[in-house]
Design a protein around this ligand. Structure first.
Ligand code: GLP
Length: 257
């Protein structure tokens, strides 16, 4: 894992945004795996700001996304499809024709999961998967206990995740208890992974992910085995890491004598 520690949340968000832009500048038809949540809302806002300052052509990008609630229609304000269409795709000019969606309202969810995996395989896999992290170490909606060999499937959300995400639902609004998510194995097959974590409430999960022995109790710790994962952290999220290097990078191909 490369770990990029930034002094502030603003710097971390900017750094992650620049990694995404560099990927698209390098390879305009990249297959991107998008994430959602409060952290991603900040990141997408930053991408929109950078886009206004220095336009980049996103129209060739192929989009997949990480997870979706079961039972919400695509136009429900809390569906992740709605979130991504409004906060990311429309403002940056990503094309709907190049987007693949997890249909949490599909009549046959198992079939929807299989269709999604085959669309992903047909696209050649994910070039860059963006991730956040849950307080319990979840990635996507792979909750503690998720096995390493999991693929896209229906999962039940943990009480901790339900409590954390309740803030997005209006009082009295029904909050889905189930979701469909890319699996750990599917995520690990991505060429490159960028995980953004901000704030002290993520510090425990970040330390478990990066510095404790990999365990199904912290699904994000599976990323330790991935050869090209970059964690972008603000100081608060990095506070419990014992390795205090400002950046821990792969060794150069040729070491100096
Ligand atoms: C949700 C999403 C995750 C996201 C996590 C963190 O549960 N399914 O993909 O990483 O929340 O979200 P936040 O940034 O709001 O803390």
């Amino acid at each position: 894992m490369n770990i990029v520690r930034c002094d502030s949340a603003e710097q971390a968000v900017r750094h992650a945004a620049e990694l995404l832009r560099a990927q698209v500048a390098r390879s305009p038809k990249s297959v991107m795996g998008w994430a959602t949540g409060g952290t991603m809302a900040r990141l997408y806002q930053e991408l929109v700001t950078l886009q206004q300052q220095d336009p980049l052509d996103w129209s060739g990008v192929r989009s997949f996304h990480l997870d979706e609630y079961i039972g919400l229609a695509a136009d429900h304000p809390q569906s992740y499809r709605h979130f991504l269409r409004h906060q990311l795709m429309a403002p940056l000019g990503l094309q709907e024709a190049h987007a693949h969606w997890l249909r949490g309202d599909a009549p046959d969810l198992e079939q929807a999961g299989r269709a999604y995996e085959s669309a992903l395989a047909q696209a050649g896999g994910i070039d860059l998967q963006l991730l956040g992290i849950g307080h319990n170490g979840h990635i996507g909606f792979n909750e503690p206990g998720a096995r390493l060999d999991t693929r896209t499937r229906v999962v039940r959300l943990s009480p901790r995740t339900l409590a954390a995400n309740q803030r997005f639902f209006a009082p009295g609004e029904v909050q889905p208890q189930w979701a469909i998510t890319l699996g750990i194995q599917t995520i690990l097959e991505s060429q490159q992974i960028v995980l953004l974590a901000l704030g002290e409430d993520k510090a425990r999960a970040v330390a478990a992910m990066a510095e404790e022995p990999p365990s199904e109790l912290c699904p994000a710790s599976a990323l330790q085995a991935h050869p090209a994962t970059t964690l972008v952290l603000d100081a608060a999220a990095a506070a419990l890491l014992t390795c205090k290097n400002t950046e821990r990078s792969a060794l150069p191909a040729q070491l100096p004598p």
